[in-house]
Design a protein around this ligand. Sequence first.
Ligand code: AP5
Length: 215
Amino acid sequence: MKIVLLGPPGAGKGTQAARLAQDTKYEHLSTGEMLRRAVKSGSEIGIRAESFMKNGGLVPDEVVIGIIEDRLKSDGAEVSHIFDGFPRTVTQAEALEEMLGRIDSGLDRVVYFDVPEEVVVERLSGRRTCSKCGANFHEKFVPPKKENICDKCGGGLYQRDDDKPESIRNRLASYKALTSELIEYYDKKKMLGRVAADREPESIYADLKKTIGLN
Ligand code: AP5
């Protein structure tokens, strides 16, 4: 099973993908998280990606496609994947199709998280992320049990550089200019399912499972 979660920044893709991965054997592949790790480690990919990410722009296609390609080659067709934040451009979507074809696999479903812009701005501004395991919290909507401490691993929470107002504006602009056309792209291929994501995490999760045929 290969699933793509599509939607604007802050729609809740990462939150739902993490829950689904916890409840199933699916691997959660977040290109944002992979890139943040690369930046932290100071690798060549991280050095290339850092300035794009900080400003809220997209990292060049060939960099993210390369990361996903390496992972698909090592995991193969048998592993179920939840792609979170990939693809983000038509070039990436075409590359994904080709890469999956090469390992005798294909995409099963694309789930679009439908949520208004004002909601995502509020979610991103209050998001706190674990510096150790990458888990996401929200100071108001999904607070950790202990202030600034991750419930899952005890790591410290921080505010992502790209969750500051100017980067948020740029990320939303990148989404509108380059990523939102994937809604129509996958709709035409009859792969798209929609989930109303302006609700409680629990009901979004129930709908997500229904949309991908899990109950
Ligand atoms: P990435 O990390 O993928 O950022 P994003 O797509 O902007 O997505 P987010 O992580 O911001 O949001 P989300 O939808 O996962 O929401 P979350 O669950 O955290 O990418 C970062 C950067 O890397 C990009 O800007 C780009 O530079 C680069 N990049 C990554 N992939 C790339 C690619 N393919 N191509 C090129 N560049 C790429 O939730 C948000 C907040 O809301 C949290 O605080 C959460 O606790 C809270 N929340 C979640 N659900 C709910 C709910 N139902 N109700 C209330 N609050 C909620």
